[in-house]
Design a protein. Structure first.
Length: 404
């Protein structure tokens, strides 16, 4: 990596200046984010339930945006400061050279998270930050950028806790989990970042078959295909927050994308490497059609075999493999008594048709898992929005000996 200057608190907008990068994620996914970040060669620092820190510059932030599967946003710290009033907030924010970062022709949005008695609500804090930025730019250039709630261009993020503030540039803009391929989401779809983490938790790498009955809109199968082909998820997106700052280095970004394509075993839509079979089925023909179209948008349709059938009729390749199911769990969809029968059928399906496989059920209703009739070998904690969930692993031996 290039040598850089370190300046933790200077009001400097140099994109090669090293600073603190905060990567945010859904609750329960920070260990997966850490695995990804360290896999890219970075050393991680402090972490909490929904994020972790590392040191890097804004070129590192661009690279992280391109490669991370399980994160929400990549935030680059611009300043941290003591703050005891809205006036302090305005003064500290206005002290940064925003005219070097944001063109008067750009669009700005501000997001605030507050835990302080110094202001009444986050909207007021966001307004003060926005005013400080656009007033500074107007004073230096004679005009001011437009601002509003859309987060698809320049996004500035404030965290204010007690008497201390941290101000970030959200280099992602929209969440990284919004890959852009899911044009037809289906019913209660998994967020892409959660689906990627579930696939990662199974240890899937493309070397063994992966079967996804009850595939819905296809998110699990598509994320698996992206992982198997080593295709950077950021290649699917054409818009990031960092593209809208004045010093955006487009040639460097194109080089990063080109390098990512070279490292991918799938290039230009052609399979230089084809993983073991990925099979996705659903009894709903419309869901399968939606999944097929989403896979086409993601550029991985040639890696997935789709079929319309009851999950119990899904074709299972012989030998070892991984099967992942995301059945309804009765909190938003489905009827509990009916679902108990479904979960029992899943257990029978695992026993009768999937010997030699590692079976996984993702559910937000632990009580329903008792109907499966098999003993779990692992219970991995996840959250789907605010619902505490488990990824249940079943070792499926020939003749199945593990009754619960």
């Amino acid at each position: 990596m290039e040598h850089r200057t370190s300046s933790r608190n200077k009001a400097n907008m140099d994109p090669k200046q090293t600073g603190t990068i905060l990567i945010t994620c859904s609750a329960g996914l920070v260990d997966y984010v850490r695995r990804e970040v360290e896999g890219l060669g970075y050393q991680t620092g402090e972490s909490h339930k929904t994020g972790l820190e590392l040191q890097g510059d804004q070129y590192d932030a661009m690279r992280l945006n391109l490669h991370l599967r399980t994160a929400y946003n990549v935030l680059f710290m611009l300043r941290e400061f003591k703050c005891k009033s809205p006036a302090d907030l305005y003064e500290s924010v206005a002290g940064l050279p925003w005219e070097d970062m944001i063109s008067p022709d750009e669009y700005l949005s501000v997001v605030s998270r507050i835990n302080t008695d110094r202001v009444n609500n986050s909207m007021f804090a966001s307004l003060k930050v926005k005013d400080a930025i656009v007033d500074r730019i107007a004073a230096k250039t004679g005009s001011r950028p437009d601002s509003g709630k859309e987060r698809d261009r320049v996004v500035v993020q404030l965290y204010w806790k007690n008497d201390f503030c941290r101000l970030y540039l959200n280099t992602s803009g929209l969440k990284l989990s919004d890959r852009g391929y899911r044009k037809m989401p289906g019913k209660a779809p998994l967020r892409e970042s959660l689906a990627a983490a579930i696939i990662m938790a199974t240890g899937y790498d493309g070397s063994e078959p992966l079967v996804c009955p009850m595939c819905g809109s296809g998110t699990l199968a598509i994320e698996a295909a992206l992982i198997a082909s080593r295709r950077a998820p950021g290649l699917l997106r054409s818009n990031y927050g960092f593209m809208h700052v004045k010093y955006f280095d487009e040639p460097a970004w194109k080089q990063m994308r080109g390098d990512a394509l070279k490292r991918s075993k799938q290039r230009g839509g052609k399979a230089g490497f084809k993983p073991a079979r990925i099979i996705a089925t659903d009894i709903d023909a419309e869901a399968v059609e939606a999944a097929r179209k989403n896979a086409m948008t993601a550029g991985v349709s040639h890696l997935i075999d789709f079929d319309v059938c009851d999950f119990a009729e899904t074709s299972i390749p012989p030998g070892a493999g991984i099967i992942v199911m995301n059945p309804e769990y009765g909190l938003r969809l489905g009827d509990i008594q009916k679902l108990k029968k479904t979960y029992k059928r899943i257990g029978d399906f695992f026993k009768q048709k999937c010997p030699g496989y590692a079976g996984y059920i993702f559910t937000g209703n632990p009580a329903l898992s008792k109907s499966v009739g098999l003993r779990t070998s692992r219970r991995i904690e996840f959250y789907n929005a605010n619902i505490e969930c488990r990824l249940l692993k079943y070792e499926l031996y020939a003749g199945t000996i593990n009754k619960e």
